[in-house]
Design a protein around this ligand. Structure first.
Ligand SMILES: Cc1ncc(COP(=O)(O)O)c(C=O)c1O
Length: 375
């Protein structure tokens, strides 16, 4: 498939953020999430970095990059979702510890394991064949048991659900399916903090480029802008790997559809073949466009950010990579209304969450890159 931009025919700029959307994600529930997360030790908003040189190079007014490399000890935005959902479940269970489980490409499982450890819960995390041993080890480092089962993320999702049903464990999934929505709503609600923090830090975007796995992140971010700013909200462009573009595939037919690709991508966190229904319910009329990008675009953007002293992981840079492609293509620029007055927000969702892979792609370790920024 390689590069593709699809303008969403179901996008409705003037559609109010109504009761159906608020039943999934709302500013009120987001403020509650923020109140909870702000009390966690070590919480502070992650940096909103200003990329002036890149703005000049790409012919826009400003680019802000929300840098989740600095999110707690996890180096990814996923801390806001999985760990928050675990805490909420324990609270709803009267404070009694639970056994929690989930499937993961790496980052979500790490967040659930971290949240479980803090809440005194046991965690059993399912990974698939493609998840690196480094990512598995990072999950174990928070005391979780890791089980490797299934070829792809979607297989692990089903496996976790079956084992949870057999053992009466609580599933803390970042994706939803019929009859299972409450926990994924909490996960996505935590993600909305990225938009809340960015706005509070002074970003006033005309365009938000955000990457999609199952769609929860994009929906969480979009929901906040949509409810707060209505028809004045920025355009949301959802960027996926060309071999795992389930949201783009869904946008083309107007309902959930599996990705056509083989899910083989360096963007491990985005290697999802099936989108989340409740995320899609927000994106269907709220997202302006969907993009598919190849792996080399992500790798190139990792190196570009490294040259500024910013550590962005393979999945973390996908939104910015999509923007760079669109900005360089006159037809895409026109289709998205990108011009010299545009203010871009790219959600940089992870740092070097797999340090070995990061170093292979960038040619130096994250530590060296970070030092360059502070030098
Ligand atoms: C670093 C990173 N960015 C983005 C995403 C996409 O989030 P979602 O699956 O909610 O669309 C993921 C998902 O695992 C991720 O790990």
């Amino acid at each position: 498939m390689s590069i593709e931009l699809f303008i969403n025919p179901r996008f409705e700029q003037a559609k109010p953020y109504g009761a159906a959307e608020k039943a999934i994600l709302s500013v009120a529930a987001g403020e509650e999430a923020l109140k909870t997360i702000a009390q966690w030790p070590g919480y502070k908003p992650t940096p909103l970095r200003t990329l002036d040189a890149l703005a000049k190079e790409t012919g826009v007014s400003a680019i802000h990059y929300k840098d989740e490399d600095a999110r707690f000890v996890l180096k990814s935005f996923k801390a806001l979702g999985g760990a928050y959902a675990v805490e909420k479940l324990v609270r709803e269970n009267g404070g009694k510890p639970l056994t929690v489980t989930c499937a993961t490409d790496g980052n979500h499982g790490r967040a659930v394991a971290w949240g479980a450890q803090r809440a005194g819960c046991k965690a059993v995390i399912f990974i698939h064949e493609g998840v690196s041993e480094g990512r598995a080890e990072a999950i174990r480092s928070f005391g979780a048991e890791v089980r490797r089962e299934g070829k792809h993320y979607d297989d692990s999702v089903r496996r976790a659900a079956d084992v949870a049903a057999e053992n009466n464990w609580q599933i803390v999934s970042d994706t939803s399916w019929p009859g299972y929505q409450d926990v994924p709503k909490s996960v996505m609600q935590g993600y909305a903090l990225l938009a809340a923090e960015s706005l509070a830090q002074g970003s006033a975007p005309t365009h938000v480029f955000v990457q999609g796995g199952v769609g929860g992140l994009a929906a969480g971010v979009l929901s906040w802008f949509w409810e707060k700013q209505g028809a004045q909200r920025p355009k949301t462009i959802v960027v996926e790997p060309d071999r795992a573009a389930c949201l783009l595939a869904s946008a083309k037919v107007g309902q959930l559809k599996n990705a056509e690709g083989d899910l083989e991508t360096i963007m491990a966190g985005l290697a999802c073949g099936e989108a989340s229904q409740i995320a899609w319910d927000i994106l269907e009329h709220g997202a302006e466009a969907f993009m598919a990008i190849p792996d080399d675009a992500a790798a190139d953007t990792m190196r570009k950010l490294a040259s500024y002293g910013i550590v962005g992981g393979e999945s973390g840079v996908a939104g910015l990579a999509g923007f760079r492609i669109a900005a360089a293509d006159p037809a895409m620029r026109a289709a998205l209304g990108i011009d010299t007055a545009s203010r871009i927000l790219a959600i940089g969702t992870e740092g070097d969450t797999d340090p070995v892979v990061y170093e292979q792609i960038v040619g130096e370790p994250g530590e060296t890159v970070r030092k360059r920024r502070s030098a």
